[in-house]
Design a protein around this ligand. Structure first.
Ligand code: CA
Length: 229
């Protein structure tokens, strides 16, 4: 993992740096808020360990600023303050967790693992996958292999609906109700047109098809190996 330590106390920096490097992490150090802001602008970190009292700005101010910019990296605040109101202030500033100095390194690692698990669960809830295709609902992004696929709002809704029902055959009537909000006349070929657009985009040239037509019944998205239910 790539971790940023924002801390002006040398002794604490050394203790953290040594421990985190032993765990095979890549570690950057910022001894003041200005350096931290610059590093966060230029790098993608998996974690930030953030001291509350910094020489040029409060760590919580930094935290609020990053959250306002939609920077979602997990942040643990390190501080000597242990009053309940201080903990509440830190968490309300957008920190994910809080650890009171002096702390043991094993406790810090355990808290980091807990945050990682939570982050992974959130990611899973936001993502639908079939084979090498991933749809990120939160970021409104479709990726197949290494290729980002640009979809219109309607194409995205259609793909999301098919992927949510992975492995099940979905009728055109269901698609029109769910994606367009009303039932089309059966003779319309609008859904076929959209399905073809989607297929072309998802196939990225020569990839294996993921959307299959089930004659007289509708469409199904499935893994290559799965039987149609
Ligand atoms: Ca400090």
């Amino acid at each position: 993992m790539k971790i940023l330590i924002v801390e002006d106390e040398r002794r604490v920096v050394n203790f953290l740096q040594k421990g985190l490097k032993n765990e095979d992490n890549q570690v950057d150090i910022a001894e003041d808020a200005a350096t931290a802001e610059k590093l966060v602008c230029e790098n993608d970190y998996n974690f930030i360990l953030l001291d509350w009292m910094l020489p040029d700005k409060s760590g919580l101010e930094l935290c609020r600023g990053w959250r306002a910019e939609n920077i979602t990296v997990p942040i643990i605040v390190l501080t000597a303050r242990d009053a309940t109101k201080d903990i509440v202030t830190a968490l309300d500033s957008g920190a994910d967790d809080y650890i009171v100095k002096p702390f043991s390194f094993s406790e810090l690692l355990a808290r980091m693992r807990a945050l990682q698990r939570r982050a992974a669960e959130n990611n899973n809830n936001n993502e639908l996958t079939i084979e090498d295709l991933t749809l990120n609902i939160h970021r409104r992004e479709a990726v197949r292999g290494d290729t980002i696929i640009y979809l219109s709002t309607r194409e995205f809704a259609l793909l999301e609906f098919l992927m949510q029902n992975k492995g099940n055959v979905i009728s055109k009537a269901k698609i029109s109700e769910h994606v367009w909000g009303f039932a089309f006349e059966t003779r319309t070929n609008l859904i076929e047109v959209y399905i073809n657009h989607l297929r072309n985009k998802l196939n990225c040239g020569s990839k294996t098809p993921l959307i299959h037509t089930v004659k007289g019944a509708g469409y199904v998205m499935k893994n290559f190996e799965t039987e149609i239910k």
